[in-house]
Design a protein around this ligand. Structure first.
Ligand SMILES: O=C1O[C@H](COP(=O)(O)O)[C@@H](O)[C@H](O)[C@H]1O
Length: 261
């Protein structure tokens, strides 16, 4: 697991633009090296703002969108097309406007699909799709995503992994159903921390004063992932905290890159 690096932008708007530019570079580099790329999307305010900026980015078509696998870190277990689904919001912000291969857009399950209304069955089906995309030897049967985006909640949750919930003890499964989430809706589907850690790069996004304490805790050396899920989200080769000044306002001096605060 990589040690986190912190990059601070002046405000949420610039954070979203800079993260979008960084995604273009990351995907273009991966496609130049291997011919294809993969990304894990997040929901949430700043996560969707980044996708909207990506849709407007002048360099966006440097990405070969048809050679990109799109996965999700979590989904709110709501019917397909529901405006609160992370998938619906991502489609509106970006996905419907670029030339993705529909077979490579791996939406998480919804009630009413082939799972008989069971989020557990949906989670297992998603884990199977991950296994099918993984290479032999990939731990847990999860592909080594080029980049996994994660919003950080004010309670330090990432994906749909909320503090102290059973999903945080999961070591065998890559995808789980979540019941009783403290943020609506209560039923969700989520990658587990071991699955998130299979990503080459994990980028945690946070903006606004309401996230400042969560960000501080996520970077505190003593934080454990059961109490502070964001502290357990790390990439194999790189972990970035992409913040605005307000979200970074409680970090100790010396943790942020010089000249950026
Ligand atoms: O419900 C969710 O919340 C988190 C964070 O959202 P934010 O609006 O506080 O940034 C998000 O990362 C997750 O994907 C989503 O399902």
């Amino acid at each position: 697991m990589s040690a986190p690096a912190v990059i601070v932008h002046p405000d949420a708007g610039l954070l979203a633009k800079a993260a979008a530019a960084r995604i273009v570079t990351r995907l273009v580099d991966a496609q130049a090296a291997r011919g294809s790329a993969s990304i894990v999307l997040t929901g949430g305010g700043i996560g969707i703002a980044v996708l909207a900026e990506l849709a407007k980015a002048p360099a966006r078509d440097a990405v070969d969108w048809g050679a990109l696998d799109v996965w999700w870190g979590d989904e709110r277990y709501l019917p397909e097309g529901d405006p609160e689904r992370n998938e619906t919001q991502a489609r509106e912000a970006l996905l419907d406007g670029v030339g993705l291969d529909p077979a490579r857009v791996h939406a998480m399950p919804a009630p009413g699909g082939p799972d008989g209304g069971s989020p557990e069955a949906g989670a297992e089906r998603y884990a199977e799709a991950l296994r099918a995309a993984a290479r032999p030897g990939d731990p847990l049967g999860v592909p080594a995503f080029d980049v996994c985006l994660l919003g950080v909640g004010p309670d330090t949750h990432v994906a749909s992994l909320f503090p102290e919930q059973p999903a945080l003890y999961e070591e065998e499964r890559s995808v789980v159903a979540v019941h009783g989430a403290p943020k609506p809706p209560p039923t969700r589907v989520s990658l587990t921390l071991p699955a998130i850690r299979s990503a080459a790069e994990v980028w945690l996004l946070a903006s606004g004063e309401a996230k400042a304490e969560a960000v501080r805790l996520a970077l505190a050396p003593e934080a454990g992932p059961v109490q502070v899920p964001a502290a357990g989200a790390r990439g194999r080769s790189r972990t970035l905290f992409l913040l605005d000044r307000a979200a970074a306002s409680r970090l100790p001096e010396g943790l942020t890159a010089p000249g950026l605060l």
